[in-house]
Design a protein around this ligand. Structure first.
Ligand SMILES: Cc1ncc(C[n+]2csc(CCOP(=O)(O)OP(=O)(O)O)c2C)c(N)n1
Ligand SMILES: [Mg+2]
Length: 267
C-alpha cells in the first residue's frame, strides 16, 4: 500500500476513534496524518510485537491532544486491535484523550501539557547517544505550542549538544484553540527561528508525501546538529467540512452522520 493510502486509512481510523466519543481533537489529528503515514511506513524502526524493543526509534507527540491520530497509526501498524479505538477516553481505556506512555503500546512519551515534549525528546536523544544505539528520536510540536517558553530552552540544549539524532516536526497549521496563531500571539518566522537556534531546517508542504519523505531522508543523513522540518498543513485536512471550519475544528463534533460523510470522502 502507498503512503497516501496509509494516510487515508489513518484519517478514517482517527475519525472512527473520535466518533466513538462524538467529539474531540479532530483538526490537529487530521493535520498530522500524512507525516505519521510516511514516518511509520518508511522510517520508524519499531516492532509492534515488541513495543519496548531496545534501540527502537521514538516518537514524542508533544501536541498530545492529537493522540487519536497516533492511536490510529499504531493500530494500523498492528500494535493493538481496532476495537481499542472505540474505547477512546472511556473508563478503563488504554487510549486516553492525551497520550500516556504507561497505557498504550507504541506510545513512547506521555504528553498533553503543551511545551514539554521537546525537553523529553532531548532526553531520549541524549540517552540514545550515551547508549550508542543508533536510534532516531522524532518529535511533533504544534505551532501554537511553540508559544510555550520551555520549547526554546530545549532547542538551545539540542543544538548545544549536537543532537543530530533528533528530528523535530512543527505542524504549522496556523491555528490554535481560540484563533489563528497570529491573532493569539504571533510566533513569527518559525523556520528562521529554528535555524537561528542551530537547527538544520526546511519548510515543506506537510501533505506532500514525496516532500515529507525527502525531508526525513535528508534530516537522517544530516550530521552535527539537530533537524527541524516545518510542515505547512491544513487543520482538519482530508475532510472538506473540517478543512473549512477555521479555529472551530480544533475540538469539534464527529457525529455518526459526519463520520459517514467523512469516510465517504476518504474512500
Ligand atoms: C500547557 C497547556 N496549556 C494549554 C493547553 C490547552 N490546549 C490544548 S490544545 C491547545 C492549542 C494548541 O495549538 P497547537 O499547538 O497549534 O495545536 P494544533 O493546532 O496542532 O492542534 C491548547 C491551548 C494544554 N494542553 N497545555
Ligand atoms: Mg496549530
Amino acid at each position: 500500500m502507498s503512503t497516501v493510502e496509509s494516510s487515508k486509512k489513518i484519517r478514517a481510523l482517527t475519525l472512527k476513534c473520535i466518533g466513538s466519543l462524538g467529539s474531540g481533537h479532530v483538526g490537529g489529528s487530521l493535520s498530522i496524518a500524512d507525516v505519521l503515514a510516511v514516518l511509520y511506513d518508511k522510517y520508524m524502526n519499531v516492532d509492534p510485537s515488541n513495543p519496548h524493543m531496545e534501540g527502537r526509534d521514538r516518537l514524542v507527540l508533544s501536541k498530545g491532544h492529537a493522540g487519536p491520530a497516533l492511536y490510529a497509526t499504531l493500530c494500523y501498524k498492528g500494535f493493538f486491535p481496532e476495537d481499542w479505538l472505540l474505547t477512546l477516553n472511556k473508563l478503563g481505556t488504554r487510549l486516553p484523550s492525551h497520550c500516556n506512555m504507561l497505557l498504550t503500546p507504541g506510545v513512547d512519551m506521555t504528553a498533553g501539557s503543551l511545551g514539554q515534549g521537546l525537553s523529553c525528546a532531548c532526553g531520549l536523544a541524549t540517552g540514545s547517544k550515551i547508549l550508542k544505539d543508533n536510534a532516531t528520536i522524532y518529535a511533533i510540536v504544534g505551532d501554537g505550542e511553540l508559544q510555550e517558553g520551555q520549547n526554546w530552552c530545549a532547542l538551545m540544549y539540542a543544538a548545544d549538544k549536537k543532537l543530530d539524532n533528533l528530528i523535530v516536526f512543527v505542524d504549522k497549521n496556523g491555528l490554535q484553540i481560540d484563533g489563528t496563531t497570529e491573532e493569539v500571539m504571533d510566533i513569527g518566522d518559525i523556520e528562521n527561528k529554528f535555524r537561528a537556534f542551530g537547527f538544520d531546517t526546511v519548510s515543506i508542504n506537510g501533505h506532500d508525501h514525496d516532500a515529507i519523505d525527502k525531508a526525513i531522508k535528508n534530516a537522517r543523513l544530516h550530521k552535527g546538529s539537530p533537524s527541524c522540518i516545518v510542515l505547512h498543513t491544513v487543520k482538519g485536512k482530508g475532510v472538506s467540512f473540517y478543512e473549512t471550519m477555521g479555529a472551530g475544528v480544533h475540538s469539534t463534533t464527529c457525529t455518526a452522520e459526519q463520520l459517514q460523510k467523512a469516510l465517504e470522502e476518504l474512500r
